[in-house]
Design a protein around this ligand. Structure first.
Ligand code: AMP
Ligand code: MG
Length: 392
C-alpha cells in the first residue's frame, strides 16, 4: 500500500501530452487552450462614455451651470466637433468621447433649460469614462495556455478577434464494468444481481471534462473476457478505466488481465478510504485504471486520480476548487492509517458531514457539495476547526 500522494505523483508523472488541434472558437467551450492568446487591439479601443449623458469639461459641470449642446454622438459614430468651454455634446453609452471633453455627466443629473442648452442639477464627481486600453492593451496576453475555456473567456476571445483557437486534443477514455452480478439499468436484477451503476456514473464524471468517451459494456469475471474487453478498449482509447475485480476475491482477475496483455502495473493499493484497491498500469503510451467496484470508491478515485491525470495530459493549469471553512460539528473516526474521504454539505459557511455508510452507499454523494479529506493519523476534527472541502 502506498500513500495517496505517492499514487497521485506516479499518475501525474506518467501523463503524456494529448497533442493539439485548432477548432472554431464557437465549439471550444470546456476545452483546454494550448496556446497563449494575445490581443490585436486596445480594449476599449477608444475613450468611451460609460453612461448616457453629456460630454463636457469637468470644470464646466458644477450644479446650476448651463451648457450649450453642440451635437449628438451615438454609439458607433465618430464625433465631429471638439468641446469648447461652455459646450457639451449629448452622448450615448459606448459613444466615442469628443475632443476637449474630460467627463460625461449622466442625463439623470441634468435638465433641459432651453432647446439647445442643458443645466446640471448636481455637483458631479464621477467622470463616467472608460479609458482606452484600461482593460487590455494591444499585444497583451489575455488568456494563458492551459486555461479551461469557460463562458467568460468567450467575451475576451471575441473581443480580440479569435475565431479559431488552439486547444489540447481530447484524450479518449474507454469504460468497462466488471462483475458476474451486474445487469444493465434497463433490466430488473435477478436474485444475487445488482444494476451496473458505475459505468453511468463514470461516463457522467468523464463528460465534465473535455474527453471523448466510449463504453464497452460489462465484462464477466473471467480472465479471457477481461482480456478481450481491455484489448477492445486499448484498440481505440488512450485510457481504459475498469471498475471492480481489483481486490482480493477469488474472481478478481483485473490486475492479472492487465499484466497478461503486457501492461506494467505501477501500483495496486493506495492508503485511501474508500478506494484502497486502486490499480494503475501503463502499456506503452496507454494507461489502464482499475478502480474498486463499490460505487463511492470509483466515484472518489475518478475525482482524485483520473481527473487530474487527464487534465494534466491536456496541459490544464486549473486546480480543484477547495474551500477552507470551519467544521460545523465535531467529527471523529476510529482508524487513521489511511486518508479518508467524507461527503460533506456546506451550510451557512460551515462543513457538515453527510450520512455515509461506506463505499457501497450508492446515494451518499447525491446531496454532497464536496469531499472533505481527513489526513492519515488524524482521528478527529472539532467543531470550528478549519477543514478543506474539495468542491464537486
Ligand atoms: P469488486 O470490486 O468487484 O469486488 O466489487 C465490490 C462491490 O462493488 C461489490 O459489491 C460489487 O457488486 C459492486 N460493484 C462492482 N461493480 C459495480 C458496478 N459497475 N455497479 C455497481 N456496483 C458494482
Ligand atoms: Mg467484482
Amino acid at each position: 500500500m502506498i500513500p495517496f500522494e505517492e499514487a497521485l505523483n506516479i499518475v501525474l508523472s506518467n501523463s503524456i501530452p494529448s497533442g493539439e488541434e485548432e477548432v472554431e472558437t464557437g465549439s471550444a467551450a470546456g476545452r483546454v487552450l494550448s496556446w497563449d492568446v494575445f490581443s490585436d487591439i486596445d480594449m476599449p479601443p477608444f475613450d468611451k462614455s460609460a453612461v448616457d449623458g453629456f460630454a463636457c469639461r469637468m470644470q464646466d459641470a458644477g450644479c446650476g451651470m448651463e451648457l450649450k449642446v453642440i451635437e449628438t454622438i451615438a454609439a458607433g459614430s465618430v464625433p465631429s466637433l471638439a468641446i469648447q468651454p461652455g459646450e457639451c455634446s449629448r452622448i450615448m453609452t459606448g459613444g466615442m468621447l469628443p475632443q476637449g471633453a474630460d467627463a460625461v455627466i449622466m442625463v439623470e443629473d441634468t435638465e433641459i433649460s432651453s432647446s439647445n442648452t442643458i443645466k446640471f442639477t448636481k455637483d458631479k464627481t464621477a467622470k463616467n469614462i472608460c479609458y482606452r486600453a484600461e482593460d487590455i492593451k494591444n499585444g497583451q496576453k489575455v488568456l494563458e495556455k492551459g486555461t479551461l475555456i469557460e463562458p467568460a473567456h468567450f467575451a475576451v476571445l471575441a473581443s480580440v478577434g479569435k475565431t479559431g483557437v488552439h486547444v489540447a486534443k481530447q484524450p479518449h477514455i474507454g469504460i468497462i464494468s466488471t462483475g458476474n452480478e451486474l445487469v444493465e439499468p434497463s433490466r430488473k436484477p435477478g436474485r444475487a444481481q445488482i444494476r451496473n451503476s458505475n459505468a453511468w456514473q463514470l461516463l457522467a464524471q468523464a463528460r465534465q471534462i473535455p474527453v471523448l468517451c466510449s463504453y464497452y459494456g460489462i465484462a464477466d469475471d473471467s480472465l479471457e473476457e477481461l482480456k478481450d474487453k481491455i484489448s477492445m478498449g486499448l484498440h481505440e482509447a488512450d485510457i481504459v478505466i475498469l471498475t471492480g475485480g481489483v481486490s482480493m476475491g477469488d474472481f478478481d482477475y483485473v490486475p492479472e488481465a492487465m499484466e497478461s496483455l503486457g501492461a506494467k502495473i505501477l501500483f495496486k493499493s493506495v492508503a485511501i478510504q474508500p478506494g484502497r484497491p486502486t490499480v494503475f498500469a501503463r502499456i506503452r503510451d496507454q494507461f489502464i485504471f482499475g478502480l474498486p467496484g463499490n460505487p463511492v470508491s470509483s466515484f472518489v478515485l475518478f475525482e482524485l486520480l483520473v481527473k487530474p491525470f487527464v487534465l494534466k495530459m491536456m496541459g490544464c493549469i486549473e486546480t480543484p476548487k477547495v474551500l477552507a471553512i470551519p467544521m460545523g460539528v465535531d467529527f471523529s473516526r476510529k482508524k487513521s492509517f489511511r486518508k479518508s474521504v467524507i461527503p460533506v454539505t456546506v451550510n451557512g459557511g460551515a462543513a457538515f458531514p453527510l450520512e455515509y455508510h461506506g463505499s457501497a452507499h450508492i446515494n451518499a454523494y447525491t446531496k454532497a457539495s464536496g469531499m472533505m479529506i481527513m489526513d492519515t493519523g488524524q482521528t478527529e476534527i472539532k467543531k470550528g476547526e478549519t477543514v478543506n472541502v474539495r468542491l464537486l
